[in-house]
Design a protein around this ligand. Structure first.
Ligand SMILES: C[S@@+](CC[C@H](N)C(=O)[O-])C[C@H]1O[C@@H](n2cnc3c(N)ncnc32)[C@H](O)[C@@H]1O
Length: 394
């Protein structure tokens, strides 16, 4: 407890008058801090209610139901319930949950005397609309991403984090499931599809920033070959192919992922294992691959990329480059960096890296030169890292 004995009996955390001397009001700031700490603790302790409440809202399609009426649409719980796939939903539960989520700005609510509360969308819930034709929705939704990261199988490793720390080895996801998320998806196709969809939806949002920042470089690859290593369902390479139809595009991923990937004109799908080899190409694209892995695994992937590239080839990676400690542009960017790093720790075997760590990895794998092009409008602070292979005679 933060209570300071000296203050006990003087202020007790309340404003008091210093009788006889002056009218100065003394406030015990330590009491304020203590109270703030207590409230923050409560919010954090029950923070799972917001993430799981969001999951529940998406599963029932609430953002889409509200969005059908347009961007300013406001509906009562009863009106929303009319769209739910149940003849007798509990409207009281629905209303209380929506009001709870509204306290955190996930939905808006109008409170008018003698009329039912109406709920609307906010900048947070607009990111979760699937139906992009309605409600002024963004061209892209984070709903699959939210469903993946609040999935029971993906949250459960958090219960083993302490064990991972104490044991000094073993990542939490592997402690729980005995394998990594990619391999789990192989035996759980529903989770696999969700994973690929989640990656794809985020990539669709990100690809616009990538093309804006790097379009001229992609144009130089016309009539040459570009392979997306770990390209998932091909969501990024298909957009690159549509924008630059003369690039010979290839999507490379594990067999179970490739077998589910939709066919796309101009993109050849190839199944394989990047730890064994990657297809030869003039340029290799990799988004969000190396941060899944530890340094030794990254070196294997990078060496295989080096081997697959022509002498004038290049590697184009899209990854986060963490700001140096204490040099983040804003407090939220530091928080996002921390969240992303913890995702890599708890769901994969990887980590987010600072520039120095990228430099060491690249140089030890035969990529002596590199440039970092940040994507400033991208909220998750991704950068393009282009790297050039050094060959023996260089
Ligand atoms: C984080 S996802 C990124 C997907 C995609 N690049 C994107 O950003 O949307 C990592 C991808 O690496 C693939 N992957 C994992 N292990 C692999 C391997 N050994 N060989 C090829 N691809 C692999 C996964 O199947 C998955 O599609």
């Amino acid at each position: 407890m933060l209570v300071n004995e000296e203050f006990e009996g003087q202020n007790r955390g309340e404003a008091t008058m210093d009788s006889g001397k002056s009218d100065t009001i003394c406030v015990d700031h330590r009491k304020d801090e203590e109270l703030e700490g207590f409230i923050d603790l409560w919010k954090l302790m029950f923070g799972f209610m917001y993430s799981l409440g969001l999951r529940w809202a998406v599963e029932l399609g609430i953002p889409d139901i509200i969005a059908k009426g347009g961007p300013e649409s406001m509906l009562s719980a009863e009106e929303i319930a009319g769209f739910l796939p149940s003849p007798s939903p509990n409207i009281d539960f629905l209303s209380r949950t929506l009001s709870f989520l509204a306290t955190r700005g996930i939905f808006s609510q109008t409170l008018q005397p003698n009329s039912p509360i109406k709920y609307g969308l906010t900048p947070i819930s607009k990111w979760l609309i699937n139906d992009t034709d309605n409600g002024g929705a963004k061209a892209g939704t984070f709903a699959p991403f939210l469903l993946l990261h609040t999935h029971e199988a993906v949250i459960s490793p958090w219960y083993r984090l302490g064990e991972s720390i104490l044991s000094g080895s073993g990542f939490p996801f592997e402690l729980v499931h005995g394998k990594l998320l990619f391999s789990l998806a192989e035996s759980n196709p529903e989770l696999g599809r969700l994973f690929n969809e989640a990656m794809g939806t985020y990539s669709k949002i990100l690809v616009k920033d990538i093309l804006a920042a790097y379009g001229d470089e992609f144009r130089k690859l016309e009539f040459r070959s570009l392979v997306d290593v770990g390209g998932g369902n091909g969501s990024i390479i298909s957009v690159i192919s549509r924008s630059f139809p003369n690039i010979k595009c290839c999507n490379f991923d594990l067999p179970e992922v490739i077998s589910e990937a939709p066919s796309c004109a101009g993109v050849q799908h190839i199944a394989g294992d990047m730890f064994v080899s990657v297809p030869n190409a003039d340029a290799i694209f990799m988004k969000g691959i190396l941060h899944d892995w530890g340094d030794e695994e990254c070196k294997k992937i990078l060496k295989n990329c080096h081997q697959a590239l022509s002498k004038q080839g290049k590697l184009i990676m899209v990854e986060m480059v963490l700001a140096e400690a204490g040099q983040s542009k804003s407090s939220w960017s530091e928080e996002i960096g921390g969240i992303r790093d913890m995702i890599m720790l708890s769901h994969q075997r990887g980590k987010e890296r600072r520039e120095e760590e990228w430099r060491k990895l690249l140089q030890s794998s035969g990529f002596n030169h590199y440039n970092i092009i940040s994507l400033p409008s991208e909220p998750l602070q991704m950068s393009i890292i282009e790297a050039f292979p050094a060959h023996v005679e260089d």
